[in-house]
Design a protein. Structure first.
Length: 212
């Protein structure tokens, strides 16, 4: 049961993420949008061939490498969550890793399978749709959109949105990482204290065993 509740959150994130993406895919045309709260929060259907929050890798090889990296990271995060639960670290840390794992798996499903399962999802110029699926994004916080001043390093002259379009998987990863950063002292100090207490409780028993 101690493992189940954390992985249940991960599974819930994956299911919710995929349901929302498929609802958008089957009910909206690419590029269409509609307001949810005034003009500042919209549902805008777009696809992202690259990383989270609209960041992209330019080449076909880059996309394949990204999907492979996501698969490896997904397995690593899943194993890390298992070890955290086994060590009985602060539950807040385990919940955060469960959020991150759910988001990672959600986007891996898109990258790996959407190019095959969803017509029109994979770019036209790729050799195979496998591992070249484009992640479906839809949540758009329209705070500011426009062209960046020319004097700004790296992004000068680019047309950008202040907050990139994202999905539930992205949000889950972001929230998990943000909470860890905010409470890292609490999470990791408590974890170190628990490990020290465990070591102290083991030490006397080892001494007694040696004396016998």
């Amino acid at each position: 049961m101690k493992y189940f509740k954390f992985y249940l959150l991960t599974i819930g994130i994956i299911i919710l993420d995929q349901v929302v993406k498929l609802v958008v895919y089957y009910n909206m045309d690419l590029g269409n949008e509609f307001p949810v709260f005034g003009e500042w929060f919209k549902i805008h259907y777009t696809v992202n061939p690259g990383m989270a929050f609209g960041l992209e890798l330019g080449s076909e090889f880059g996309k394949f490498a990204l999907t492979t990296f996501r698969l490896i990271a997904m397995v690593g995060i899943g194993y890390y969550l298992f070890t955290l639960i086994k060590k009985q670290v602060p539950q807040g840390l385990s919940w955060c890793i469960a959020l991150i794992l759910g988001g990672a798996v959600g986007n891996v499903i898109d990258s790996t399978f959407y190019g095959v399962l969803l017509p029109g999802n994979a770019p036209d110029n790729v050799r195979t749709p496998w591992f070249h699926g484009q992640v479906i994004d839809m949540f758009y916080i329209d705070i500011w959109e426009g062209r960046v001043a020319e004097w700004v390093p790296l992004f000068g002259g680019d047309y950008m949105s202040l907050w990139p379009i994202f999905n539930i998987a992205d949000a889950s990863i972001f929230v998990g990482v943000a909470i860890i950063l905010i409470f890292q002292k609490k999470f990791f100090v408590e974890n170190n204290a628990q490990e020290e207490m465990a070591n102290e409780s083991i030490a006397p028993s080892e001494i007694e065993a040696e004396q016998r």
